[in-house]
Design a protein around this ligand. Sequence first.
Ligand SMILES: Cc1cc2nc3c(=O)[nH]c(=O)nc-3n(C[C@H](O)[C@H](O)[C@H](O)COP(=O)(O)OP(=O)(O)OC[C@H]3O[C@@H](n4cnc5c(N)ncnc54)[C@H](O)[C@@H]3O)c2cc1C
Ligand code: SF4
Length: 456
Amino acid sequence: MNNSPKKTPMAMQTPEARCRNFSEVALGYSPEEAVSEAQRCLNCKNHPCTEGCPVSVSIPAFISRVRERDFGGAYDVLSASTSLPAVCGRVCPQESQCEKFCVRGGKGEPVAIGRLERFVADAHAGRGSSPAPATNGHKVSVVGSGPAGLSCAGTLARMGYKVTVFEALHALGGVLVYGIPAFRLPKDIVAREIEELRALGVEFVTDAVIGRTYTVSELKEDFDAVFLGTGAGLPIFPGIKGENAKGVFSANEYLTRVNLMKAYEENSETPVFRGKQVAVVGGGNVAMDAARTARRLGGDVTVLYRRSEAELPARKEEIAHAKEEGVAFRWLTAPKEILTDAEENVTGVLCVRMELGAPDASGRCRPTEVEGSDHTVQADMVIFALGTSPNPLLKRTTEGLATGAHGEIVADGDGKTSLDKVYAGGDAVTGSATVILAMGAGKRAAEAIDRELREI
Ligand SMILES: Cc1cc2nc3c(=O)[nH]c(=O)nc-3n(C[C@H](O)[C@H](O)[C@H](O)COP(=O)(O)OP(=O)(O)OC[C@H]3O[C@@H](n4cnc5c(N)ncnc54)[C@H](O)[C@@H]3O)c2cc1C
Ligand code: SF4
């Protein structure tokens, strides 16, 4: 037993080194460190940590195998519940899920469940995949290869379904490849987990935009069921003067160009504008990723956030990393206008100071403008990270598909939509949320599809 009140530390690149490269910041546990951390787990009978996991990983079971140095056995336990353990171990907000409920957290730090998950998944790399199960004769199509689609595909494939994933882009993985930067989630990790699914028999068709290349009705003719995991990729802009100026980006476009089009490489064929003074507007994980990316591309970066640090929604770890890397923050600051020169290039952001009033519908204090507080933040580049909504293409091209006020697909707890044998889950249903919630939705929909098709 390891009685340390603190998590076993994980090696990291120093801030000075990492703010000039796109290699992964965290370096992972050695086998000795993983075993030592696993010895902190109390193997609680009622496993509250599992209750906090949206895909119900048997956490004490996988950790006991790590303690026994049975890393392969630990991987088997993990992969029974999650199709993307190396991804989840890196980007899940464990502090508000499994680790939040860990009994060890009562008198010190919780067991480092995320770090152990990452270790087990990485230790498994190159060990070969489980063989594809015998097929049960049913075919299911999955639209979108983000975490929701991959989780649905993996769950169904393990049950013997023949699954085909249709992806609009040329690369697979959704936000995991085009949104989350490589310094948090290396792209070969995502590719490795997708290879595991291929080994299970999942087929992938890229450059296939459903609603254009094929319609949902056409998929329904060829498959027994359809799962829509199309995400929420449409960026929201604030609607202020100057937001179309040269040098203004949505975080989605900026991160896609850097991550997917490799604009960070010298001599990239698709270079991105490299701002010297960059203002990032927003306070979530997306804002932190955009800020840290712009920093790595040589900019002096300031995050403008309209509430205070206490309300910042990004993960604490990402905020700490951003600060260590030299990203500056201006709290209680909101943009009013993007200032430009005669050629429409960004020269600054006209901002106002905000003060916090009573809590709003989200439970956070409502920011209101302080009169007469106009001031200018110098910038040659502005990145808006104010959230996203689902792309309206499926709604426009799929008759009878019910959608909500913000374009989100309406689905019940099992992912069932208004259309027969059409299911949906992930950001396309909830609006932008998290990887593990999208995976949980994909898994639940897969189980519901299985129940429905077995009844036929
Ligand atoms: C920059 C950034 C950082 C984030 N960081 C974190 C984090 O640290 N931790 C965390 O838990 N969450 C994070 N999130 C949120 C998380 O990534 C999303 O909640 C999650 O990816 C949603 O999964 P999804 O499968 O629903 O959608 P997506 O990942 O968006 O995948 C949807 C896929 O569907 C494809 N598609 C869309 N329309 C069509 C169509 N018509 N036909 C075919 N394919 C289509 C898209 O190209 C895409 O590949 C982050 C998000 C962003 C943008
Ligand atoms: S709650 Fe914490 S200590 Fe208990 S089984 Fe889960 S990880 Fe181990």
